[in-house]
Design a protein around this ligand. Structure first.
Ligand SMILES: [Zn+2]
Length: 220
C-alpha cells in the first residue's frame, strides 16, 4: 500500500506527542483526513474478556516477562480483530525503545509502530535511557494506538490513518474501555496551520496534572 508522499512507510508514534498531523492538500487525502477527524466513536468488543486480558498484561509487565506481554498483546489484538471481522495484526514486543540522544538529552523515543504493508505492530517495553520497564498504562495506550491504525487501514477506509482528533479520541475510547477507566474528554487547541494539539492542563483537569504530564514528555 502506498504510504503517500508525506508519510513514512511505518507510522511512527510518540505517545505524548499528541499533535494532529498536517492537513494534506490533495483532495482525496484531505477528504480522508476530515472524515477521520469527524469520526469520534469506535465499535468496542465486550468489556469482560478484554479486561481479563488487561489484568494479565499488567501482571506480566510487572514481572518483566516479555514473552508473556507479547502473547497477551496478541490476544488483545485478536479480540479487536474478531470484533471488526478483520485480519489479526501480529504484535511483537521488543526491549529498549529506539531513541536519539543529543547533548545528553533524549530528543526522540519510539514507543511503537505499525507497518502498512504487513500489518505488523511493534511495541517497545523498556524506556530509552534508564531501560526500565514501561508503565502498564503507557504500554496499553501504545497498543491501542497501533491497533487503531490497523482498524483505520483495513476496516474504516482510512488508508493513510492520519493522526487526527478523531483518531486520538477513538484510541482513547479503546484504551479506557480495556482499562475500565473513565473516558477523559480531550481538550484540543487549534494551531495557526489548522492542526490541533492537546491542552493537557484542561484535559487533565488542572495545572498540577499538566505539569506532571509535561515532565513525562521531557523525560521521554
Ligand atoms: Zn500513530
Amino acid at each position: 500500500m502506498s504510504s503517500g508522499e508525506s508519510r513514512p512507510p511505518n507510522s511512527i508514534c510518540l505517545l505524548y506527542a499528541m499533535n494532529t498531523d498536517s492537513i494534506p492538500r490533495p483532495k482525496v487525502r484531505k477528504q480522508e483526513y476530515l472524515r477521520s477527524d469527524a469520526l469520534r466513536t469506535l465499535q468496542l468488543p465486550p468489556a469482560e474478556i478484554l479486561r481479563g486480558r488487561a489484568g494479565l498484561l499488567e501482571e506480566a509487565l510487572a514481572s518483566e516477562d516479555r514473552q508473556s506481554v507479547q502473547r497477551i498483546c496478541n490476544d488483545i489484538a485478536g479480540i479487536i480483530a474478531e470484533e471488526f471481522a478483520i485480519a489479526v495484526p501480529p504484535v511483537t514486543v521488543l526491549g529498549v525503545r529506539p531513541h536519539r540522544v543529543s547533548g545528553g538529552v533524549c530528543v526522540y523515543e519510539k514507543f511503537g509502530d505499525y507497518n502498512f504493508q504487513t500489518s505488523q505492530i511493534r511495541l517497545w517495553m523498556r524506556t530509552a535511557l534508564l531501560q526500565k520497564v514501561t508503565s502498564y498504562g503507557t504500554l496499553l495506550s501504545t497498543l491501542c494506538h497501533e491497533l487503531c491504525h490497523h482498524v483505520d487501514v483495513v476496516k474504516l477506509g482510512f488508508p493513510n490513518t492520519f493522526h487526527t482528533r478523531g483518531f486520538y479520541e477513538r484510541a482513547g475510547l479503546l484504551y479506557h474501555h480495556i482499562r475500565n477507566t473513565p473516558v477523559r474528554p480531550l481538550i484540543w487547541v487549534e494551531q495557526d496551520d489548522g492542526t490541533y494539539r492537546i491542552n493537557w492542563a484542561l484535559t487533565m483537569g488542572g495545572q498540577r496534572a499538566a505539569s506532571k504530564k509535561n515532565h513525562q514528555m521531557r523525560r521521554g
